[in-house]
Structures are given as C-alpha cells and as structure tokens.
Design a protein around this ligand. Structure first.
Ligand SMILES: NC(=O)c1ccc[n+]([C@@H]2O[C@H](COP(=O)([O-])OP(=O)(O)OC[C@H]3O[C@@H](n4cnc5c(N)ncnc54)[C@H](O)[C@@H]3O)[C@@H](O)[C@H]2O)c1
Length: 465
C-alpha cells in the first residue's frame, strides 16, 4: 500500500459555501480519499463563498484525481486549480550564482574585473597552484553525470538528470558550504566523458561523479583518477559505502558481534555493492558472499567476463572463500549480515529466519527495499533501509558534503581507501554510546555535527598521505 508523502504534496484551491460545516466537509472528503492534510488556508472570504487552499500529502497522480473528485461531489464545491508543490519548487531551477564581492562603483569594478584582475591572471600563470587561493577552485566541485542511471529510473539522459544534480549541488552548499555545479554531459561514451572532465578540471577542486551506470562508472573513475590532480569521487559507489560501513559498525555494536566473526551477504554487485564490498574487505570480515541477478558470485560462473566487467571478476576473486554457488536464499542461510543494494521485494521474513541469530538487515534498494522492513523486523535485530519513513535511513547525504569539505580544506589531490574508512568511522562516531540502539545506528541527515566530523576526519586522512 503506497504511503502519502511530501514528495507528492499538492495544493488544491477550492470554492465552497461559507457554511459552518464547510471546513469539516472539505477536510473529511480529503481525509477519506487517503491524503494527509498539512495546511488549510482560507485565501478569500465573501458573503456567498470562501476560497480555500488545501495542502495535502498524496502518493500518485491517480490519487490526486481521486481527491479532486471527492471534493467536487460535495454540494456547492468547485475545484479551481491543483498545484503540485514539487513542480513549483523546481520552476527556474534550484540553485543560482551570487557574487561574493561588492560591485557598487568604478573602483570596485576595477579590482574585481579589469584592469585589476589582470594581475591575478598573471600571478596564476606564473604559479598555477595559486588558482586554489585566488579563484573559485578553492571551494568548487563539479557534479558530473551522463544521465545513464538517474536515481532508480534508468537511462534518462543528461537534461532529465539535471534536477537531481541541482539538488545535489543544493545539498553540498546547505550541509558543507561547498559550491557545486551540475555538469550534465550529452554523451555516454566513456572516452568522451573522460576527455570532457579533463578539459573542465582547471575550474574545480574536486569531481563528484553521479548517476553514471555500472560498469562504465568504474573505468571512468579509475582513468580520471589517473589523469587529474584533483580528487574524483563517484558518490553512488563511495558515498554509499561510507555510510553503509559506518552504519554496520554501529549495528554490530548493538548486537555485540565483531566483523571478523561475521558472514556478510551483499546483494547487488553494481556501483554501490562493489564499493561496499571493497571497503568491507579492508575490515577483514569473516566472509563476504556477493549475490547479483544471476545468483551467488564465484569465479567459475560462466557469465563472468573480466574484459567486459573487470569489477565483477575482481569481486568474484576476492569474496566467497568457500566458493559457494546458488541463489540469494542459499546465501542468506547462517548469514549474520545482509546488505541489499539491488532490487525490490526479493525475500520475506522466512528467509530472515534462516540467518544467524541477531541478524542485521540493510535493505537499501530504492524506493522499495529488498524486503519490507516490517517483515525483516520479525526476525532481524537491526534493520535499516534507504527510506526516510523508517528508522535507520542509510543516506549518502551523511557522507558526500563532509567528504568534499574535507578534501577542499586539505587541498587534496587524490582519494585513498584510508580516507574513505576514516569518513565511515566519523559517521559512526557521531552516534555516541548514550544514543546507540537498534533504531538509531546512524545520525539524522539534519544532525549538524555530521558534516564537520566527516570533513575533519577526511582532511586529517588526506594530510597523513
Ligand atoms: N539507500 C542508499 O543509500 C542507496 C545507495 C546506493 C544505491 N541504493 C540502491 O541500490 C540499488 C542498486 O544501486 P546501484 O547504483 O548499485 O545499481 P547497479 O545497477 O549498479 O547494480 C545493481 C545490482 O543489483 C543486481 N540485481 C538486480 N536485480 C537483482 C535481483 N533480482 N537479485 C539479485 N541482484 C540483483 C544487479 O545484478 C547488479 O549487480 C538501487 O535500488 C539504488 O537505489 C541505495
């Protein structure tokens, strides 16, 4: 059953008779149609009628139609207009550039622009490192996509990816004061993407790759890291891995287990899954079983092609010490931890019952997890999802703003595994022992302590290189 949420919030403007019962009738009709009213404003009042804006959380276009029909069946009520609040906040985009310097008179202009700026250009030409001191490079990140894997929606292309990249840029600014700018490229050719990023790199202090489909994302990141002297970070991989590994550390504290004693099943060996596996392996788990759409990953699987997907071949080589084969359900038997970054509704409570006692289940497929969290809770001790309407939300926002804040502050040239692990520990450490429990293994995304803690850990790890 879909749940009404603020992502599908609408304002319905209606005309109604000015009777004493009007408000109750309108609210009752909307409520019976299954929406959640969040505001009720009388915007006009006349002797013969009132005009009311009813703002409500809904869950689909059809649901909105049901609500307007329910209102129109009331005597004397007419719906004037329906406004989708999510579309309204996107009108004209979500971010803008604003100057940091005053431009009030000729004197200001002469320093911010010509002729004064010429001396700054010459200084940078003589010493290119000065670009980090004297230009936006000091605090600016490019959010680069080809639009090939937009959210869970698939290959929508660069223009349709822009609202996501704008949102990302807004989050960078809000949570860590980083100036990020969307760069949506009209190509899905890896060589062209790499060349384009290389050409724009002088402006930026870091590159955040976003929503680029696996397995191309692995090669693009690897080659860009080799070519550029600024950090390159694919958030769908490493942002996810940082938060998952940090959350897992806290989940295991709750159930009193140590990672080296645990069998961990990671379902999904794409962008997120393989980054999680690589980071987990650094922490020496008992064993990791990777599972993808073809079942448990092992080196003898016929579909493995090291040329087409070297990443999956690497995962096969470095996991599954007993060379098990079979399905996800086979993998779950006796497992201490399940981490899903794959597809919706893959198993039920019965499969969780086959896991070890005090099992940890992270079902992170969005928007619908691998298992309904309420089902998972019947047998698991700790459950996390990617959703904001359940406890323990695994959300990359806990990682990427602080990671880039730290990288920019340290004027870092590269990203290391140690730096990613330091960020994961920093996310975990924000939840102190007083607050840690099965429903609170990660901090809130609005916890203002998170980004500075991650930034500090990242800057220290970058400086220690
Ligand atoms: N909550 C979070 O923080 C978070 C972060 C990253 C990704 N995710 C979610 O994880 C999922 C995967 O993201 P991605 O970017 O890694 O995608 P991807 O396309 O790179 O990888 C998907 C992986 O899932 C596997 N898979 C697909 N269907 C499967 C099935 N029926 N059984 C087993 N494995 C299956 C594929 O083989 C592949 O290995 C998406 O739903 C995404 O929204 C959540």
């Amino acid at each position: 059953m879909p749940v009404p949420g603020p992502g599908y919030s609408v304002t319905v403007r209606v005309e109604a008779p000015p009777s004493a019962s009007a408000a109750g009738d309108l609210a009752g009709a909307v409520g019976r149609a299954g929406a959640v009213i969040t505001a009720f404003d009388v915007v006009e009042s006349h002797t013969d009628r009132i005009v009311v804006d009813i703002t409500a959380n809904t869950y689909s276009d059809d649901h909105v139609r049901d609500i307007t029909e329910a209102l129109e069946t009331l005597p004397g009520v007419a719906v004037r207009k329906v406004s989708d609040r999510t579309f309204l906040i996107h009108l004209g985009g979500k971010i803008e550039v604003s100057p940091k310097v005053a431009l009030r008179n000729r004197d200001d202009l002469s320093r911010a622009y010509t002729p004064g700026v010429a001396r700054i250009c010459q200084a940078i030409a003589e010493n290119p490192e000065d670009a980090r001191r004297l230009t936006i490079k000091r605090n600016t990140v490019a959010v680069v996509t080809d639009g090939s894997a937009v959210l869970g929606l698939g290959n929508l292309g660069p223009a349709a990816a822009l609202p996501v990249m704008e949102g990302k840029a807004a989050l960078f600014k809000k949570f860590a004061g980083v100036d990020a700018w969307p760069v949506c490229l009209d190509t899905q050719d890896s060589d062209e993407i790499i060349r384009a990023v290389e050409l724009i790199a002088p402006v930026y202090g870091g590159i955040n790759l976003e929503d680029i489909a696996a397995p191309r994302c692995f090669e693009i990141e690897k080659r860009l890291r080799e070519k550029l002297d600024i950090p390159v970070f694919h958030d769908d991989q490493h942002g996810t891995a940082i938060v998952v590994v940090g959350a897992l550390r806290n989940a295991l504290r709750v159930v009193g287990k140590q990672l080296p004693d645990c069998k961990v099943v990671v379902c999904g060996a794409g962008a997120a899954g393989s980054a999680i596996i690589r980071m987990l392996l650094r922490k020496k788990p008992g064993d990791v079983l990777a599972v993808d759409v073809h079942g448990i990953v092992h080196p003898d699987r016929a579909d493995l092609d090291p040329v087409r997907d070297p990443n999956l071949a690497w995962v096969a080589e470095h996991t599954n010490s007993e060379r098990a084969s079979g399905s996800l359900l086979d993998a779950l038997v006796g497992a201490d931890v399940f981490i899903g970054v794959s597809a919706p509704n893959l198993f039920g409570a019965d499969a969780v019952a086959t896991m070890a006692s005090d099992a940890v289940v992270f079902a992170l497929a969005n928007p619908d997890p691998e298992i309904d969290p309420l089902e998972a809770q019947r047998h698991a001790a700790v459950v996390a999802t990617g959703r904001s309407d359940y406890p323990n939300q695994i959300n990359n926002v806990l990682a990427f703003p602080g990671v880039f804040r730290g990288l920019l502050d340290a004027q870092a040239h590269a990203i290391t595994d140690d730096l990613l692990l330091a960020a994961a520990d920093a996310v975990a450490d924000v939840v102190d022992g007083e607050r840690l429990n099965a429903s609170f293994i990660v901090p809130s995304v609005f916890d203002s302590a998170v980004a500075p803690a991650v930034a500090d850990a990242v800057a220290r790890a970058a400086a220690a290189r």
